[in-house]
Design a protein around this ligand. Structure first.
Ligand SMILES: Nc1ncnc2c1ncn2[C@@H]1O[C@H](COP(=O)(O)OP(=O)(O)OP(=O)(O)O)[C@@H](O)[C@H]1O
Length: 267
């Protein structure tokens, strides 16, 4: 059976600025099925974003294979949505125009795209702000716009690279709950990269732990916490704490290795 996303011994090498080769991802084999929420954690700079860019088609693999919907990734595959740490909104356009831009770019008539965009603006709780510009919105509101902008295209696969890391703790929890509500029942597969193990566990069905650079897959933990979830309450449960300590045992040694690598680089 083919999987929605399939990385098979995928490797990514970059040519370093001063010459030489840097292996950012090595021998990555993993699959993601429709409706699965997979979080990827690993130490800073290990190659998490690089792995995501192989799935998005932004970077071709140097070795191995990457397939989406059973076909090798060549360029940006259909049905893939992205959300990054930095927002991708145009400051001279209002919320409605920003959210409608994707569907219009894909050929939808303007009136239909605006109707669809309004629906998503309402779903993310921003009804009444459709005429606002980005500088008039709080950080949390801008993230809601980014969510609407991504989900309006109804992606089959949603790639998220630390989308909430710039938010304060409370807004972050709010957005995590919001994401789970919006995602629930859609059948969309999510690959969510984060530094934050707590965030990974409260959101995901699986937490994939990557090694210190070059990124390899060290462990793939199934998260057996029931849904629907309230992320703030979940963090206090014994089940969460037990899951956290189990995964931290795997992750902590990689964090220590990455720190040692960093120390030797600046020494
Ligand atoms: N286009 C590129 N050219 C050269 N090197 C690159 C390129 N993209 C990434 N790298 C290098 O590959 C390594 C992995 O980077 P990547 O951004 O994938 O890590 P990450 O785990 O997502 O990091 P962080 O947790 O800090 O966001 C880094 O050393 C980075 O400098």
């Amino acid at each position: 059976m083919s999987h929605l996303v399939e990385l098979s011994h995928a490797t990514k090498r970059f040519v370093k600025a001063g010459g030489g080769i840097h292996v950012a991802a090595a021998d990555i084999t993993m699959t993601v099925d429709p409706g699965e929420f997979v979080a990827v954690v690993g130490p800073t700079g290990c190659g998490k974003s690089t792995t995501l860019s192989l799935v998005s088609g932004l970077e071709p693999p140097s070795g191995g294979a990457v397939r989406v919907n059973g076909a090798p990734v060549q360029g940006i595959p259909d049905g893939v949505g992205y959300m990054f740490q930095a927002d991708a909104m145009l400051p001279w356009r209002n919320v409605l125009a920003n959210v409608a831009a994707g569907p219009i770019w894909r050929g939808m008539a303007k009136a239909d795209a605006h109707a669809k965009a309004m629906d998503w603006i309402t779903r993310v709780g921003l009804s009444g702000f459709e005429k606002s510009y980005m500088h008039q919105l709080s950080g949390g509101m801008r993230k809601r716009v980014a969510l609407a902008q991504t989900l309006v295209t109804e992606p089959k696969i949603l790639l998220m690279d630390e989308p909430f890391s710039a938010l304060d703790v409370q807004t972050r929890a709010l957005m995590q709950n919001e994401l789970l509500d919006l995602w629930s029942g859609t059948g969309t597969a999510v690959i969510f990269v984060t530094h934050d193990l707590e965030e990974a566990i409260v959101l995901a069905d699986r937490v994939v732990v990557m090694t210190a650079s070059p990124a390899r897959i060290k462990d793939d933990f199934r998260i057996n916490l029931s849904r629907p979830r309230n992320v703030e309450e979940l963090r206090l449960t014994p089940e969460f704490i037990e899951t956290y300590s189990k995964i931290w045992q795997s992750l902590s040694s990689e964090v220590a290795t990455a720190r040692a690598q960093g120390a030797s680089r600046v020494a």
